[in-house]
Design a protein. Structure first.
Length: 269
């Protein structure tokens, strides 16, 4: 068993721990294209999807304990911001009683290019979310060779069953068929997002250091096992954040304070 799987299994018996699985699916091109399914009625479809400009990108988050699945579909890009916005929308959709019952969250993902443990923009957005929630979050990554072990990947296989048969001409058709899938007998929550995300968002060296100060990486698996703290408790992390805040706030304010006059200036007055 993988070390990540052992920690995930141990979290099942921890009270107040919420286990989530987050992932983005492949881009779905809209049009009269064949998806290797068996449709009812008109079965004429194109074997190739060349020339298609309309597309949507599903992103899913699964609560493993309750099998609650949320699938927002966006048409911009599968960026790190899209993944964190999906997690934020899921949290905002919970009730107050459910919020109070969660002390720590375990978020499982695979080491894809948009969500690996070295993506600074992803970690920066997650650190901001953890600071807002005031609760730690554990990131557990599965290697690409074991990416199919993540629960959300099984949901993508269930979603392909209703999508393979019909021709997904437009967004309404795609969303309607997505509503028909079930995960352990429950229907998913399917939303449509038209937010435009920028790609290639850089972070400065100071911002990266401030983000890294809020992370606790496993000594043996630094890229696969990461704990996000609301407030870093180590002396080095506190010192780094204090220096960063001093550079941003204290030094500009001190420049506005008038300096006291020396004796020569007082005599001239």
């Amino acid at each position: 068993m993988l070390p990540i799987a052992k920690k995930d299994q141990a979290s099942q018996d921890t009270p107040g721990s919420k286990r989530l699985s987050l992932d983005g699916n492949a881009t779905v091109k809209l049009g009269a294209f064949s998806r290797d399914g068996k449709p009812r009625g008109d079965s004429k479809a194109s074997d190739h999807d060349f020339g298609s400009t309309a597309h949507d990108i599903p992103c899913g988050i699964l609560a493993e304990a309750t099998a609650h699945l949320s699938v927002p579909c966006g048409s911009s890009a599968q960026t790190r911001d899209f993944l964190v916005d999906t997690l934020t929308a899921w949290w905002q959709g919970l009730r107050g009683k459910e919020h109070r019952a969660i002390d720590r969250g375990h978020l499982k993902m695979d080491t894809g290019p948009e969500r690996s443990g070295v993506r600074t923009q992803l970690l920066s957005r997650l650190v901001q979310l953890v600071a807002t929630l005031g609760q730690p979050r554990q990131l557990l990554y599965y290697p690409l060779s074991h990416s199919k072990d993540t629960p959300i990947e099984r949901c993508w296989g269930m979603l392909e069953l209703p999508w393979n048969g019909p021709q997904l001409h437009e967004v309404k058709t795609m969303l309607a068929w997505a509503h028909r899938m079930t995960c352990k007998g429950l229907k998913p929550v399917v939303d449509l997002s038209r937010k435009v995300y920028a790609t290639g968002v850089p972070l400065s060296k100071t911002a990266r250091q401030a983000v890294e100060a809020r992370l606790e990486r496993h000594p043996l698996l630094p890229k696969w096992d990461i704990l996000l703290h609301p407030i870093r408790a180590t002396c080095s992390g506190i010192l780094m954040l204090r220096n960063h805040l001093r550079t941003c706030f204290e030094e500009p304010l001190q420049a506005l304070v008038p300096k006291p006059l020396d004796h020569a200036s007082q005599d001239s007055l």
